[in-house]
Structures are given as structure tokens and as C-alpha cells.
Write a protein that binds this ligand. Structure first.
Ligand SMILES: [Fe+2]
Length: 232
């Protein structure tokens, strides 16, 4: 399965996932760019869907449906562990409630599309208010192989790394992560995230030591997740 990233509204990131001559548009805000890429590569947009139903992510839905014969898959109705066939390959979807209750994550062998659940460098706001659900969603994502590439819903890399430095000023991996920043393609691996993204570092020895030093709750993984969320 291949993937092409499309930036729109400055920091929003949408995608065309494709195999052979079929594709699935996900958070298709940059409609013209997606259609130009699809036409150039003889890709038929078979499906159109979203990572969650926030206005910036669904902004291209109507136009894309008008300009193509794509079938709309309403992400609010996607069940857990559903999959869709594109070309001769499959893309799986699992529910990742937290940022919103309708948030989903798309998964193929090599990459995931995480919307506003996990960003490169940070995590989304827990607008649902269900912090435990959010934590469990993140746990499920980080249980995937470390080499899995993370394609998120926004480019917040630089701001995120400033926050990461505030939380863990001695983390040696942050500067390297910043050096690799390339505005034309925002991607990292889960392994990269586990080294720099403070919100999923609740099992890192240095993070646990830091929480203990701050006398913050650090007994369970969830305690530590909540404590890190409180630092910044
Ligand atoms: Fe969102």
C-alpha cells in the first residue's frame, strides 16, 4: 500500500492511500491536489473517509464527492477492526476514542494514519473528556511495530518539540528529531515517537524518574500518563 500526503489550511494533513489503480482519500481537504495526483497516476478514488468528524478534517468531503464517484465511508459508523480493500490490498481501521469519541486510526503493514489522536511529537486534545479511553487508544497505537510510520492529521512538529524540551530538557533525541524536520513530508516512526513524544513516554525510565522527582503520581502507566499531561 502506498501513501501520499497533502498539506492544506497551513498545518492540516490529508492523504491518498493507494494500491494499483485504486485509492482511498482520508481527510481530503486539499481536493484539487489530490485529484491532480490521482489523475496523473491513473488512480481511481474508490473511497473517501475521515479520521474523525471535525470541520477541518471533513472540509473537502462535499467537493470530492461532487467531483468523483468515490463512496463515502462515514467514520462515525466505522466499527472496530473493519477493513477495506484498495487494489489488491487491505487497509484496516480500528477505533481510537479520546480526542473525539468518533476518532479512528487506519493501519496497513507499514504505516498508520492517526488523525488528531497521535501527532508527530505530541498528542491531540482530549476533547471527549474520556482520558482513560484516550490512554487506551494511545496504548493500542504504540503496541504496533516500532518501524510503523506515523502519518498524522496536523503538522505540529516544531511547537511540539518546544514543549517536549520544556518537559524533558535533557532528552538527547529531541534535537535530532528537529534536525530531520522536513515541511514537505511530515512523518516519523513509532520508535521515533517513543523517544521524543512526552505523552507516550510514560514507560521511559528517564520520564518515570522525572515524575518521581516532581513528586507526581507515577505508580501505574495511567497515573504517569495523567501526570505528564499535567506538566504542560
Ligand atoms: Fe480534531
Amino acid at each position: 500500500m502506498e501513501i501520499k500526503q497533502f498539506r492544506y489550511f497551513n498545518d492540516n494533513l490529508g492523504y491518498l492511500v493507494f494500491s494499483g489503480n485504486e485509492g482511498m482519500a482520508i481527510d481530503a481537504g486539499g481536493v484539487d491536489a489530490i485529484l491532480a495526483f490521482a489523475a496523473k497516476n491513473s488512480i481511481l478514488v474508490k473511497y473517501m473517509t475521515n479520521t474523525h468528524f471535525h470541520s477541518d478534517h471533513i472540509s473537502g468531503n462535499a467537493e470530492l464527492l461532487e467531483k468523483t464517484d468515490a463512496q463515502l465511508i462515514d467514520c462515525r459508523k466505522i466499527g472496530d477492526d473493519q477493513s477495506f480493500t484498495i487494489g489488491h490490498e487491505k487497509i484496516d481501521v480500528f477505533t481510537t476514542p479520546g480526542h473525539t469519541m468518533d476518532s479512528v486510526t487506519f493501519k496497513t503493514k507499514g504505516f498508520i494514519i492517526t488523525g488528531d489522536t497521535l501527532f508527530n511529537g505530541t498528542i491531540g486534545n482530549c476533547f471527549s473528556g474520556d482520558l482513560l479511553a484516550f490512554f487506551n487508544s494511545l496504548k493500542r497505537i504504540i503496541s504496533l511495530p516500532g518501524s510503523t510510520k506515523v502519518y498524522a492529521g496536523h503538522d505540529y512538529v516544531m511547537e511540539s518539540m518546544q514543549v517536549a524540551k520544556t518537559i524533558e530538557k535533557d532528552n538527547p533525541f529531541i534535537d535530532e528529531y528537529i534536525r530531520r524536520y522536513d515541511r514537505s513530508l511530515i512523518v516519523s516512526t513509532l520508535d521515533d515517537e517513543l523517544h521524543v513524544n512526552p505523552y507516550i513516554r510514560f514507560n521511559a525510565d528517564s520520564m518515570i524518574a522525572l515524575l518521581l522527582k516532581k513528586k507526581m503520581p507515577a505508580q501505574t502507566e495511567f497515573d504517569r500518563f495523567k501526570s505528564i499531561m499535567e506538566i504542560f
